[in-house]
Design a protein around this ligand. Sequence first.
Ligand code: TA6
Length: 282
Amino acid sequence: MIEKKRLTNGFEYIEIENSYAKAKIALQGAHLFYYKNNASSSPLMWTSNSTFFEEGKAIRGGVPICFPWFGKLKEKPELPQHGFARVSPWEVVAQEEKEDGSTVVRLELINNKKHFSVWGYLFKLQLEIVVAKSLEMRLMIENLDVKSFEISTAFHSYFSVSDVTRVEIKGLENRRYYDALDGKLYEQKMKFQVDKEIDRVYFNSKNPLDLMDTHRTITLTSKGSNSLVVWNPWVEKSHQMKDMCDDGYKNMLCLETGNVMEDRVIVEPKKKHLLELMVQEH
Ligand code: TA6
């Protein structure tokens, strides 16, 4: 089943249901905000029960698409954090229920005057989402301009965990990272642990990455990305965010695959950059 639906406030999303899983994708931001494998006891992605589903407001959870910048845009810090793609209306350009039981949806965003006024380049984004036993996302970024552009991008994925203080991550050992909380560089020597706010950019990311929860392991395999951002807002920051339920931090961890800071990407005129993520749970 693939059905276009609207919330009472008119907010549009696509609901997908097949023999493997159920998913929901907002047209704004081509933002997957729900995915649950039929064989799982809990959803794969976490979404705040205080999130807004309103035009122009980023959904707190699921997989926000960060483009064309990550975090604040240095030269224009007043612009929306993580770029405009996640708060822009995308268009469904293809949808297919395949013979193997999976469902594929493709959404597109082409630059408009509003985008051009803040970021003066011609571009096309196409996001392909495959809902199957695993969740696959492919973001194709095309430079339609006559000049190169530099981008920082990420799948800002919020994963649902039973207790964030008890999860382990395999694949970060000895990795260099930038700690956004103190602006310093470190190396992951100790076992990864969440017992405070975590906001780190790991460089030179490796595949696969395992997020080990008590009842399941979530394995991330990415292509076209060299950075991994790990974020948990913990108590204080959660209280500061209107769209974050106070204790929501206990059951989520962001593992964001993309290219940020020193890993940012230059896309030459008429060329494409592909960012891919496959998420499996077992
Ligand atoms: O996950 C990295 C990060 O840049 C954090 O610093 C935090 O700001 C998070 O993104 C959430 O950003 P958002 O704009 O969605 O509130």
